[in-house]
Design a protein around this ligand. Structure first.
Ligand code: SF4
Length: 356
């Protein structure tokens, strides 16, 4: 099967039809690393602007290593999955310290960097250093299972392993970076989930799913587990000057290092207003009055969903001092200065509401 794979047709198609993305004009491993991390779980259209701004702010690995965490998170703001930005930052410092600032050029060292798994190490290794290691992402899984007529569940490790072995056996050793990108590009464009355009596909003459009209049933993906939903009570506490109270999340938490309006999970036995009062007393030691509902913000993370029920609040007595029991730091900030702080996406909606 490997010997029969029409590599030359795939590469010719990619050369002619591949999208002109900014990170495809470089072999700089740092730039490729940034683009690959940004493209995880995020659409390419969204990534382009972020990538360009990031490369302007931190044009080299050394520049990233020397930046503050707040600068890094601010540049990533809105892209989601903030751990990716913190891992880039930590790994950049590590490369400067342990590799003299030179990005490592072997797969096992690349794999040892934070936030880099099998897919990303193969992508960087093949594109930047010409290492013949196949990539397996969602797009490649779709192309490969259709091409080979594999009906097994693509959530299973055994299926992924089978595709990885196949990719490693067919990758073009002379152009591994182009080959990997061509397979991913084919999956992102022609071999789409619902309406693949097989008639113009360079693999169609040997594709089993096309020959057997089974592109609707391949790939098979078992149903995902139901995602839990949590209601969250959030307080926008204003003082007499109109400043609002925000807190910086601890670095060992999800969304660590980002700022937020304080609050927490609603218990089954309480209303959202009661949640806000309780959480603010527990987290900040403040007794507050809940004035009015401001807005509700639904937001989905990878493994759960939340709805933020946001309330405008004020201090019952002005003499109280907020204490950071769960945050790394608290600050009173005028609404027009909130843009200086990196917020997670759902909290950013509250910021925009306050600035209207
Ligand atoms: S022929 Fe169709 S199903 Fe097969 S790889 Fe190409 S686009 Fe995908």
């Amino acid at each position: 099967m490997a010997a029969d794979f029409p590599s030359h047709r795939l590469l010719a198609w990619y050369q002619k039809h591949g999208r002109d993305l900014p990170w495809r004009q470089t072999k700089d491993p740092y730039a490729i690393w940034v683009s690959e991390i940004m493209c995880q779980q995020t659409r390419v259209d969204t990534v382009i602007g972020y990538y360009q701004r990031w490369m302007q702010a931190f044009p080299t690995l050394k520049a990233l290593a020397e930046a503050s965490e707040q600068e890094v998170l601010k540049c990533w703001e809105g892209l989601g999955y903030y751990r990716r930005a913190r891992h880039l930052h930590q790994s950049a410092k590590w490369v400067v310290e342990d590799f003299d600032g030179v990005f490592p050029n072997d797969l096992s060292s690349i794999l040892s960097l934070k936030g880099i798994g099998a897919y990303t190490s193969a992508a960087i290794g093949s594109i930047a250093f010409g290492i013949a290691k196949g990539v397996v992402d969602g797009n490649v899984l779709r192309v490969a299972t259709r091409y080979l007529g594999i009906e097994d569940d693509i959530r299973k490790g055994a299926t992924i392993h089978q595709i990885q072995t196949w990719m490693d056996s067919i990758i073009d050793p002379h152009r591994p970076g182009d080959f990997n990108q061509a397979m991913m590009e084919l999956g992102a464009t022609l071999c789409s989930p619902t309406k693949p355009t097989c008639e113009v596909c360079p693999l169609s003459s040997q594709c089993i799913a096309y020959a057997t009209a089974s592109t609707a049933s391949i790939p098979y993906k078992s149903p995902a587990k139901k995602v839990p939903h949590y209601p969250i009570g959030v307080a926008v506490i204003k003082n007499d000057q109109g400043d609002v109270l925000i807190g910086r999340r601890r670095s060992d938490q999800m969304l660590g290092g980002l700022w937020e309006f304080p609050g927490g999970k609603q218990e089954a036995s309480e209303t959202a207003e009661e949640t806000v009062k309780r959480e603010i007393l527990e987290e900040l030691g403040l007794d507050i009055e809940v004035m009015r509902s401001m807005l509700n913000v639904p937001h989905a993370y990878s493994h759960f969903k939340v709805t933020l029920h946001v309330y405008e609040c004020r201090l019952v007595s002005k003499a109280q001092e907020a204490v950071a029991h769960v945050h790394e730091e608290l600050r009173w900030v005028p609404p027009h200065e909130l843009d200086d702080y990196p917020f997670p996406k759902a909290n950013k909606t509250i910021v925009e509401h306050l600035q209207q």
